[in-house]
Design a protein around this ligand. Sequence first.
Ligand SMILES: Nc1ncnc2c1ncn2[C@@H]1O[C@H](COP(=O)(O)OP(=O)(O)OP(=O)(O)O)[C@@H](O)[C@H]1O
Length: 692
Amino acid sequence: MEPGGSSKSQTEPKKRQSKTPRKPKDSVLEQKSPAEFFAENKNIAGFDNPGKCLYTTVRELVENSLDSTESISELPVIEITIEDIEKSKFNSMIGLIDRDRVDEALYDDYETAKAREKRLAKEARAQEIQAKNASVGKKVKEPPASKTMKSRGEASFYKVTCKDNGKGMPHDDIPNMFGRVLSGTKYGLKQTRGKFGLGAKMALIWSKMSTGLPIEISSSMKSQNYISFCRLDIDIHRNIPHVHLHEKQDNKDQWHGAEIQVVIEGNWTTYRSKILHYMRQMAVITPYAEFLFKFVSDASDKNVTIRFARRTDVMPPVPLETKHHPSSVDLLLIKRLIEETPKQNLLQFLQHEFVNIRKAYAERLIGELGPEFSPKMPIKSITSQQIVRIHQLFRQAKFDDPSGDCLSPAGEYNLRLGIIKELHPDMVATYSGSARVFEGHPFIVEAGVSVGGKDVKQGLNIFRFANRIPLLFEQGADVVTRTALKRINWSGYKINQTQDKIGVFVSIVSTKIPFKGTGKEYIGDDITEIASAVKSAIQQCCIQLKTKIVKKIQAREQQERKRSLSMYADNAATAAYNVLEAMEKSQASKKQRYEVKDAEMHKEILTHSTVRKETLRELYEEISAGAITKEMLREKLLQHVEQVDYEMALEYATHSGVSEEPREAIFIQSLEAAEDNFMDLHSPAFVFRLFC
Ligand SMILES: Nc1ncnc2c1ncn2[C@@H]1O[C@H](COP(=O)(O)OP(=O)(O)OP(=O)(O)O)[C@@H](O)[C@H]1O
């Protein structure tokens, strides 16, 4: 179709078809479409209540945008706007005329005159008590919110828009991508944020349930001369898109990407901080992206605009699609692979449809399967029974672990940058573990531990990421929280678990994140492989931090010693001078020579003074002539403290191996920083990325 043209899609149902025959007359059996199932159980996809629905909608759209931009290696520029839609504006959007209440007593928030009087009296009493408490300096509690605030049925509506500079979508695929539950492009074995083919559809289902308004999608792929525009909702019973408008429009600016707009019921007040937290954490794990977040409402004092600026142009490599590991497949999957493989015989099938099965190993496996199997047997002739035999062998045989090359971890460089950018900690250590494996799926755990910083509370502040998605809910049961709380001996690393402001960042990437539930909120603590990798990554960071902390403590102690010694210099000089002066006066009368041998303090002062005289007589002469003053003694004492401090620092540096002056970090920018053309140099204190 040409730009400007419009059509009703074939996927639009005919009116009379919209009701699926539920069950034959004499049967008790019922069926549900996936869309119906998720509409009825929307909490399992993170759509629990209006506030959480707003949060999850933002999250699903942002994550789709990131997946899309990264799939074409484009530095992400993502704009998210939540627009508060007032009731009358919402009504006019759906063509409903505002109507004043006539029968007040019908409403949930209606108060009889008596009830109102009672409430006001109660509120006045509470205010009085508060005023009294305040006047005697007692702590004043926030007064309970007035009951007249909002009626139960009064909802808030928001237009959520997310625009990206990603890959866009093929024109004809858009209706199914947004209007058919469990359809997507991320089902392959690959590390992606999205997986289920559900998120965007859930936003649409929620909009249909709460506002009845359709979703709008604009999209253009690279070098496409048109923009696809699609307005659609979903036929829940049949799980098919219901397209209102699907057309091609001019793309004068050669824009590529997608813009999704959906109007839903939500609750900004209760989920504001969660949404902002999510954005902030997304900025930590994605420092190469630029996010512009806006909340817009008629009350300008409530409006929010936050730009999370891009801090690096270095993007993690694009995750690669990989093949199944023999230990991770089940009967169904083997059957599906057999049906779909282009390979002709069993040998080729084993070799090409799985990782870590080379030709010689495939031949050994076939030998082990038994006499009814042979390398040349046609793959399509394999029976269900034979599939069971293959499965049994796959479970028992030894295979090398998958390499993890297909994964795309954030990288220590980006993780560190993100932490520094968002938290400004006093110190930070990062660590990237090597690939490990869980049920045939490779995974990599990276961790960062920071101490101190801006907006960080005392104690453990845990930040969890899975396939570079921040996880904000169900923290208590998560493997990272449990490990940090129970399995790390913080004090052993000189970190005070309750007093210090500790940031613990753990990012796990895998071809399959074993989330508990479909809500992608947390990873269980019951997977030993993951739990042990998380523990060791955090410990590695702590080891680095301990070195830094010990140095810092020693420097601080030295500083304190120096400060207190300097503090006493004045008093000590006065005391010593007074003693000397008194002695000089008494000696002047006796005119006796006096050798200093035993007065410890005097000896100390004299030893370190530049005035080295053999006898006190000379000293007395200098005192009486005013050549030695209190001020001079003080100066000499301070010089001595300075000297001792320097010697100690030197001795410490010799012991701890610091042989040079402190260094400043410098950044060298390569002129042609080709992708992947770099190497990371690791040290306990930093990671240096060298571009070739
Ligand atoms: N902003 C976008 N740019 C390009 N393609 C998109 C965008 N948003 C969605 N899509 C496409 O629509 C498909 C469906 O998205 P949806 O959010 O429903 O599921 P998903 O991202 O595949 O998985 P999950 O439910 O786990 O998030 C995606 O697989 C993707 O191909």
